[in-house]
Design a protein around this ligand. Structure first.
Ligand code: FMN
Length: 166
């Protein structure tokens, strides 16, 4: 069983739409249990209970939101104890070039610091659309951006099974 947590913050719903796409793609794969949580409802101890963690944030000044930063800063109980967890990131920004990939990197950077195994995706979900640093979107995600979110969710499950030796 791959236990997946899709954790996100959102102010106007765009990141939630991405999170739902990541979660629904993960859920379609056999042997998967998926929990979708906003950062408001999450506790750092949730990290212990999952094998794969996708974290999504709106791009705020090129970084994750303060709520997600606080979640990880308050989550030091998990630091160094989640080394077998697989992590990935997704973000929506106001405009192209607005920093969504930097926001993914800010999320991946914290997960690296926690000791997690993080990944990007080499494949293209459609012509001109990939998720090398995580799935990204501009504003409300369109169909191509949602396809990249689904690709990220599938990859997360595949990597979890690989790490668990299933
Ligand atoms: C405080 C704040 C900072 C933001 N900073 C950026 C930014 O640096 N670059 C950008 O392109 N958009 C920025 N935006 C726009 C949001 O990233 C964008 O509207 C996003 O789609 C919102 O996602 P949400 O609906 O999940 O809240 C910012 C919005 C807010 C409220």
């Amino acid at each position: 069983m791959a236990k997946i947590l899709v954790l996100y913050d959102t102010q106007s719903g765009n990141t939630r739409t991405m999170a739902e796409a990541v979660a629904s793609a993960a859920r379609e794969l056999p042997g998967t249990e998926v929990t979708l949580k906003t950062v408001d409802d999450a506790d750092p101890r949730d990290l212990f209970e999952h094998d794969g963690i996708a974290v999504g944030s709106p791009t705020w000044c090129g970084q994750m939101t303060w709520k997600l930063k606080r979640f990880f800063d308050d989550g030091l109980c998990a630091w160094g104890k989640v080394e077998d967890k697989v992590g990935c990131a997704f973000s929506t920004s106001g405009g192209q070039g607005g920093g969504s990939e930097m926001t993914c990197l800010s999320l991946l950077s914290v997960m690296l610091n926690y000791g997690m195994l993080v990944f990007g995706v080499t494949e293209y979900s459609s012509p001109g659309m990939t998720a090398h640093y995580g799935a990204v979107a501009v504003g409300e995600p369109d169909d191509r951006e949602l396809a990249a979110c689904r690709m990220l969710g599938r990859k997360l499950v595949q990597h979890v099974h690989r790490v668990k030796g299933n």
